[in-house]
Design a protein around this ligand. Structure first.
Ligand SMILES: Cc1cc2nc3c(=O)[nH]c(=O)nc-3n(C[C@H](O)[C@H](O)[C@H](O)COP(=O)(O)OP(=O)(O)OC[C@H]3O[C@@H](n4cnc5c(N)ncnc54)[C@H](O)[C@@H]3O)c2cc1C
Length: 384
């Protein structure tokens, strides 16, 4: 029998898990290739800690070369185009064809979608930017910090709130909090709307208890030096600016005609298969409608990328082996919300549940912070 090829495009959270599970299940019975422009796996959930000096770069990344020892071909190249019908992928230097494609290319950032963003805004949505914001934060001792969300959708709905809570904690520990005003702006009507109004209210109260001023329904129009202009005409002064950058689907999937009016790749919610047979798309790059949800689409988060990778890798391995139980993705996921002072809140949900998602919220506690650290350790060790 001819040896099958599986191409995994992108080796972030979804791609790393999928490639490992396939290698483990198929044990040499198929060729598994991951293609990523980066030589390193980097773990974004640790960036808020890096931002306040609690992690170094080396602690949040791992060399992907290690995967070769597990029988995974690691290709360190830029993907330039995808042909989902022929299941062929071109990179800057070569061309690859698979029997199955897993697209886990995440998002790209389009900072130029907001005038002045690149010039004045900091963020922590990639490692370089997180390190640069850390340096700006370390040198800041008085004035006004604006923290906010420029455009929807964006990945990890909790991350900008973690930035606000952790900066509050950091400046408090330095004894300079009273010299610093923190304003949070967002186009959303309430915090973390994907988990429903009751939890939003709890996060709102937490922000209030920490002296963080919350400004909803403000869509950023332009960033000027020390001043934000919103589409409503309102403005906000700042001395230090954090803003989630505008997100978009990576260019190769857009050019391939794989995206729909949502801007992302539509998939079968249960199997993650795209409209192209044997071509799957995982999490951030995909659009997963949640018609019964609090928001129209599933939030983009690593926990979902992991769950979906398990299902897709299981089903591809079974299809190749010709045996085994096919699985459906269940829409479940959990995440931590670091609130500073050694504590995290915790949220766990069934996002595809009818008639409404079932979501549980646990108040900030040190137990959840300890579990978030354990979650980080798992990701930095388990797959390497
Ligand atoms: C600050 C921050 C905190 C977060 N915290 C959490 C958290 O606590 N919990 C949680 O569940 N989620 C969290 N997330 C979200 C989580 O990181 C993402 O949802 C998750 O990484 C998505 O996985 P993915 O596989 O879809 O994409 P990614 O992990 O982004 O992987 C995409 C990969 O594709 C590669 N790639 C893209 N384009 C190309 C190309 N053209 N050629 C070659 N390679 C390419 C990239 O280099 C990357 O390695 C956080 C995100 C951020 C930014």
């Amino acid at each position: 029998m001819e040896r099958k090829n599986v191409l995994v495009l992108g080796c972030g959270i979804g791609g790393l898990a999928a490639a490992n599970i396939l290698a483990d299940k198929l044990k040499g019975k198929a060729s598994i290739t991951v293609i990523d422009r980066k030589r390193y796996f980097q773990f974004p959930p640790s960036y808020p800690w890096l931002m306040i000096g609690k992690r170094t770069r080396d602690q949040v990344q791992k060399d992907l070369g290690v995967l070769s020892g597990k029988g995974i071909n690691v290709v360190n190249e830029e993907i330039t185009s995808i042909d989902p019908v022929r299941k062929t992928v071109k990179t800057a230097v070569s061309e690859y064809t698979g029997d199955f494609l897993i697209i886990s290319l995440g998002t790209q950032y389009n900072p130029d979608a907001v005038s002045g963003f690149s010039e004045y805004a900091h963020h922590i949505y990639d490692l370089e930017s997180a390190a640069s914001f850390r340096d700006a934060v370390a040198g800041f001792d008085h004035g006004s910090v604006a923290i906010g969300i420029s455009r929807l959708p964006f990945k990890c709905p909790a991350a900008p709130y973690e930035v606000a809570f952790l900066l509050d904690d950091y400046f408090s520990r330095k004894g300079i909090r009273e010299n610093i005003q923190i304003n949070f702006y967002t186009p959303e009507p309430n915090p973390v709307p994907s988990v429903g109004p009751e939890i939003a209210d709890k996060v709102l109260k937490l922000l209030g208890s920490r002296g963080i001023n919350y400004h909803p329904r403000l869509k950023l129009k332009e960033v000027k030096k020390n001043n934000l202009v919103f589409e409503s005409g309102e403005t906000m002064d700042y001395d230090l600016l954090f803003s989630v950058p505008p997100h978009a689907a990576p260019e190769p999937v857009v050019k391939a005609g794989m995206t729909d009016s949502s801007g992302w790749i539509p998939v079968n919610v249960k199997t993650l298969e795209t409209r192209f047979p044997e071509v799957f798309a995982i999490e951030d790059v995909a659009s997963i409608p949640t018609p019964r949800g609090y928001v129209p689409y599933l939030p983009k988060a690593g926990v979902f990328a992991h769950g979906q990778a398990k299902v897709v890798a299981n089903n591809i391995a079974n299809a190749i082996a010709g045996s085994g139980k096919m699985r459906d993705w269940d829409g479940e996921g959990a995440c931590f919300l670091e609130t500073g002072h050694g504590k995290s809140a915790f949220m766990k949900g069934k996002f595809l549940e009818e008639p409404r998602p079932l979501i549980d919220f646990r108040e900030p506690g040190s137990i959840w912070h300890v579990q978030k650290v354990a979650f980080e350790k798992y990701w930095m060790r388990h797959w390497f």
